[in-house]
Design a protein around this ligand. Structure first.
Ligand SMILES: [Zn+2]
Length: 214
C-alpha cells in the first residue's frame, strides 16, 4: 500500500473514531485533526521502516579496548501496544566491546528505532539489548529502562505501578555479577567501592497492565 493510500485510510479511521466518541468531525477545531493524527502516527511508528544496518552505517570501529561503554539517560518515547498511549522515560545502555565499538551518537538512534513502534516495555528493553549483541558482538550488554506509563497514570488505575523499571542483561552482564554491579553502580553515579551496599531494586519490573488490567 502506498503512503498516500495508507494516510488516507488512517484519516478515515480517525474520522470514524471522532464520530464514535460523540464528537463532530466537521467542527472547526477538528477539521484537520485526522490529517494531524495521521502525520503524528507516521512519525511515532516510524521505527517499523528503519533498518538497523542503515542506522549503524559506517559508525562501527575496531578497537583494542574491553572497558565498559555506558550511555545513560537517553530520553525515549514509545506507545504501549495495549492502549496506544505513550510510555516514556530514560534508557541506559552499556556494553563491553570484544573488538568493535559503535559511535556513541548511534546508541540513542538504535533506541528510537525500537521505541517508535507499538511496544511493551520488556520487549523494547530486550530488542535494544539483542540488536547491540548481534551487531557489535560485544562481551556483554546491559540495558535498563525506566518509564512512566500514561495508560496507567491517566486512567487512574494502579498509580503506584505506573512507573516501571525493566532490564536486559546479555553475555558477561548476565554471567558475571561484578560486570553487572559495575553497570548498575555507574547508573547510580557511585564508585566501585560502594558496590553491593545497596542492590539495584527493581531490575525486573513489568508492564503494569500485565498485572491483570487489560
Ligand atoms: Zn498500556
Amino acid at each position: 500500500m502506498s503512503d498516500t493510500t495508507r494516510d488516507a485510510r488512517i484519516r478515515g479511521a480517525v474520522e470514524v473514531l471522532l464520530s464514535e466518541i460523540g464528537e463532530d468531525p466537521a467542527r472547526e477545531g477538528l477539521l484537520r485533526t485526522p490529517e494531524r493524527v495521521a502525520r503524528s502516527l507516521r512519525f511515532l511508528t516510524s521505527g517499523y521502516g528503519r533498518d538497523i544496518d542503515h542506522v549503524l552505517n559506517d559508525a562501527r570501529f575496531s578497537v583494542a579496548c574491553d572497558e565498559m561503554v555506558l550511555v545513560r539517560n537517553i530520553d525515549f518515547y514509545s506507545l504501549c501496544e495495549h492502549h496506544l498511549l505513550p510510555f516514556f522515560g530514560k534508557c541506559h545502555v552499556a556494553y563491553v566491546p570484544r573488538d568493535k565499538v559503535v559511535g556513541l551518537s548511534k546508541i540513542p538512534r538504535i533506541v528510537d528505532v525500537f521505541a517508535r513502534r507499538l511496544q511493551v516495555q520488556e520487549r523494547l528493553t530486550n530488542q535494544i539489548a539483542e540488536v547491540i549483541h548481534d551487531k557489535l558482538d560485544p562481551l556483554g550488554v546491559g540495558v535498563v529502562l525506566e518509564a512512566t506509563h500514561l495508560c496507567m497514570v491517566m486512567r487512574g488505575v494502579e498509580k503506584q505501578n505506573s512507573f516501571a523499571t525493566t532490564s536486559a542483561m546479555l553475555g558477561s552482564f548476565r554471567k558475571d555479577a561484578r560486570t553487572r554491579m559495575e553497570f548498575l553502580n555507574l547508573l547510580h553515579g557511585r564508585g566501585e567501592r560502594a558496590a553491593a551496599a545497596e542492590p539495584f531494586g527493581a531490575a525486573s519490573g513489568t508492564h503494569p497492565t500485565a498485572a491483570g488490567d487489560r
